[in-house]
Design a protein around this ligand. Structure first.
Ligand SMILES: Cc1cc2nc3c(=O)[nH]c(=O)nc-3n(C[C@H](O)[C@H](O)[C@H](O)COP(=O)(O)O)c2cc1C
Length: 325
């Protein structure tokens, strides 16, 4: 095996991480065995994400992807988060060291390649509590708190807060313009229409609106009928502080949960509207989390139908565009 880590390949795989509206708000610098990750503020969603929370959570997801890819290829990573106290854009410096005797783990690489944001309606199969708890524990081991929300009342509250946030956001024409720009974006970024469910005819019970639909109707067929209620569960990723490093940690935890869920055939859908809007974020903090933790992102967890059309991967920017010297 070569003694040099395949740095470009590692960065390319890290870029498969999820990001808000597929903005990919990151830049990478590769120098010898060090890889630096920078947040790219120019790709901020100014109206959806004024606090740059989603942007930093997205960078955290990329940092987690990087770490597990590095480990899967037989290297270990020493990570310094926020190494430059004067510049929050410098998210991490990752130093690679050859691991001795550790086998490569192709399962993680497969999960990185297979993971998708799938917005189709989950089935009525319940997510067993122990599965939800074990996903939460995996996320929590990455330095944020991941809390299962199981009670119907609490889940209804999350739904209500997300709808409220969507109403507030939807009343701002600039927010709508920004959403449209990223929904049909091309050139390796944005959310393709083929990844957003179409809307069925009213009363048809087919392709009906999810309470969490965020994007204008797309072209993805969503055949689950509403005969039985969807049995999705929820996780809340939260942190004890609300600074930039906490958001990065939250992104790492989200990514850890997602890659594990992918390996178990469970679908994850991040829902960030309720944390993007100040009013609903405060309600989440005070009413759902008892004022004890800061919410960073919600995750819908559910089983999609076993037989379904596979989603193609969403596009990514060319590597040379995200690498800096
Ligand atoms: C911080 C964050 C917030 C997100 N919020 C939402 C959301 O509110 N609704 C949604 O449908 N997708 C959301 N997504 C999913 C992204 O749109 C998705 O990751 C991106 O389009 C790339 O697609 P992929 O995950 O299939 O690679 C979010 C992702 C991240 C990382």
């Amino acid at each position: 095996m070569s003694e040099d880590p395949p740095l470009r390949e590692i960065v390319q795989l890290a870029c498969r991480a999820p990001s808000v509206h597929n903005t990919q708000p990151w830049r990478w610098r590769v120098r010898g065995p060090d890889i630096d990750l920078f947040a790219d503020y120019r790709r901020q969603l100014v109206y959806a994400d004024p606090a740059r929370r989603d942007l930093m959570v997205s960078c955290g997801a990329a940092l987690h992807h990087l770490q597990v890819v590095v480990a899967a290829l037989g290297w270990s990573a020493r990570v310094r988060r926020m190494p430059d106290a004067a510049d929050e854009r410098h998210v991490a410096r990752v130093h690679l060291i050859r691991s001795r005797g550790l086998p490569a783990d192709p399962a993680v690489l497969k999960a990185v390649a297979a993971r998708r944001t799938d917005r189709r309606r989950p089935t009525s199969w319940p997510v067993p509590e122990e599965r939800l708890n074990s996903l939460a524990a995996i996320g929590t081991s990455w330095g944020a708190q991941v809390l299962p929300v199981t009670g119907e009342l609490s889940k209804a509250k999350l739904q209500r807060l997300t709808r409220r946030a969507a109403t507030i956001q939807g009343s701002n024409p600039r927010y709508i313009e920004e959403l449209d720009a990223w929904t049909h974006a091309s050139q390796g970024a944005g959310v393709p229409r083929e990844h957003v469910p179409e809307r069925g005819a009213p009363g048809s019970g087919v392709g009906s609106d999810s309470p969490y639909a965020r994007f204008p109707a797309g072209t993805l067929a969503d055949p689950v009928r509403e005969v039985e209620p969807a049995e999705d569960a929820m996780l809340v990723v939260c942190t004890s502080s609300d600074d930039a490093i906490s958001r990065v940690r939250a992104g790492e935890a989200m990514s850890a949960v997602w890659l594990h869920a992918t390996q178990e055939n469970l679908s994850i859908l991040p829902l960030s509207q309720a944390v993007e809007v100040e009013e609903t974020r405060r309600d989440l903090h005070n009413e759902v989390l008892g004022g004890l933790a800061f919410p960073q992102v919600l995750l819908r967890v559910g089983w999609l139908p076993l037989v379904r059309d596979e989603l193609p991967p969403t596009p990514r920017r060319p590597l040379d565009e995200v690498m800096t010297s």
